[in-house]
Design a binder for this molecule. Structure first.
Ligand code: ADP
Length: 287
C-alpha cells in the first residue's frame, strides 16, 4: 500500500516576480510502506523542496500530496497531525538542539504530543538507544558537551521519539568524517530494520545510497530523471554524469578494470561486492 502519493506536484517560488523559479515540475511519485528510498540530485535539483511538501512545510503551487491516503494539501488539515506521521530531520539538525539536557531535548516532541510520566521516559530512552547512544550515561548531560556526530544522533533521536511512520532525513551524513558517516548510516539502517518504518533519505553520496537504499530516485532540474534500484540506476552512468552526478567510486574502479581487459563483473556497487568479484577473478587467473 502506498504511504506517500504525490500527484502532479508543481512548486514555483516567487511566482510572478523576477525571481520566479519552478523548483518542481509535475512530479508523480508513489512510495510503498516499508520502502527505503534515497533521493539524489545535484544542488538545486529540487530535493529539499520535494521533501518539505511531505510534512506540509511547503504547499504545492499545483497538485496533491497524500500521506497514508490523507490529502495533506487540503484545507483544514492540521500540521500537528501530519508531523505525527512524518518526521523530518533537517540538514545539520544539531543546530536545532536547545535544551539544557539531552533527555529534555529528545522529550520536546513527545511532550508536545501529550506524553508524560513513565511513558515519556520510555519513549525518550528508546529513541536515544535507537541511535546507538547510552541513555543512562548521557541523559543529564548538555547536548553541547557531545561530539559533532553524537549531537547529530541526539537530534535524530528527537525526531524518532515522535514515532513517525515515515522518517525523512536530509543529508544526514553531511560534514562528518568517514567513520562518523558510517556510524550514522548504520544507526539509520538499524532503525529501519527494527521499527519497520518508511525511510526517505536525501543524499549527495553515491557510496551511502548504494549501501543502504532499496530504491533510488534521481532528481534533475525539478523532475524525476530516474527511479529504480541502485544497481539499475548506476548502470546509466553517462546520464548521471550529465546530471552532475556519478556512480560510486568502487563502481568506476571496477568499470576501469574491465576496460583494461579484466574479465570481471563491473556491476558492483559496494566495496564488499567488488571484493568478492576481484577475489573470484584472481582465483581464476591463478588456477
Ligand atoms: P536541492 O535540495 O536539490 O538543492 P532545492 O529544493 O533547495 O534543491 O531548490 C530547488 C530550486 O529552487 C533551486 O533553483 C533553488 O535556488 C530554488 N529555491 C529553493 N528555495 C527557494 C526559496 N525559498 N525561494 C526561491 N527559490 C528557492
Amino acid at each position: 500500500m502506498a504511504i506517500v502519493e504525490i500527484k502532479n506536484l508543481t512548486h514555483i517560488y516567487g511566482r510572478g516576480s523576477v525571481f520566479e523559479k519552478a523548483a518542481l515540475k509535475n512530479i508523480n511519485l508513489s512510495i510503498e510502506k516499508g520502502e527505503f528510498v534515497s533521493i539524489i540530485g545535484h544542488t538545486g535539483s529540487g530535493k529539499s523542496t520535494l521533501i518539505q511538501h511531505l510534512n506540509g512545510l511547503i504547499k504545492p503551487t499545483e497538485g496533491n500530496v497524500l500521506i497514508d491516503s490523507v490529502d495533506i494539501t487540503k484545507k483544514g488539515i492540521m500540521l500537528r497531525d501530519i508531523r505525527k506521521e512524518v518526521g523530518l530531520v533537517f540538514q545539520y539538525p544539531e543546530y536545532q538542539l536547545f535544551e539544557e539536557t539531552i533527555e529534555k531535548d529528545v522529550a520536546f516532541g513527545p511532550i508536545n504530543q501529550g506524553l508524560s510520566g513513565e511513558e515519556l521516559k520510555e519513549r525518550v530512552r528508546d529513541a536515544i538507544e535507537s541511535v546507538g547512544l547510552d541513555y543512562e550515561e548521557l541523559k543529564d548531560k548538555s547536548p553541547f558537551e557531545l561530539s559533532g556526530g553524537q549531537k547529530r544522533r541526539v537530534a535524530i533521536a528527537g525526531v524518532i521519539a515522535m514515532e513517525p511512520k515515515i522518517l525523512i532525513l536530509d543529508e544526514p551524513t553531511a560534514g562528518l568524517d568517514p567513520a562518523g558517516r558510517d556510524e550514522i548510516l548504520g544507526e539509520i539502517k538499524n532503525i529501519y530494520d527494527k521499527k519497520k518504518i518508511t525511510i526517505i533519505l536525501v543524499s549527495h553520496s553515491m557510496e551511502d545510497v548504494a549501501k543502504i537504499a532499496n530504491r533510488l530516485i534521481v532528481m534533475n532540474e525539478g523532475e524525476i530523471l530516474m527511479d529504480g534500484s541502485p544497481r539499475e540506476v548506476f548502470k546509466r552512468e553517462d546520464e548521471l554524469v550529465k546530471a552532475g552526478l556519478g556512480v560510486p567510486q568502487i563502481t568506476s574502479f571496477m568499470r576501469a578494470l574491465k576496460r583494461k581487459g579484466a574479465d570481471i563483473n563491473d556491476d558492483c556497487i559496494t566495496v564488499e561486492e567488488a571484493k568478492v568479484e576481484i577475489e573470484k577473478y584472481l582465483r581464476g587467473r591463478n588456477a
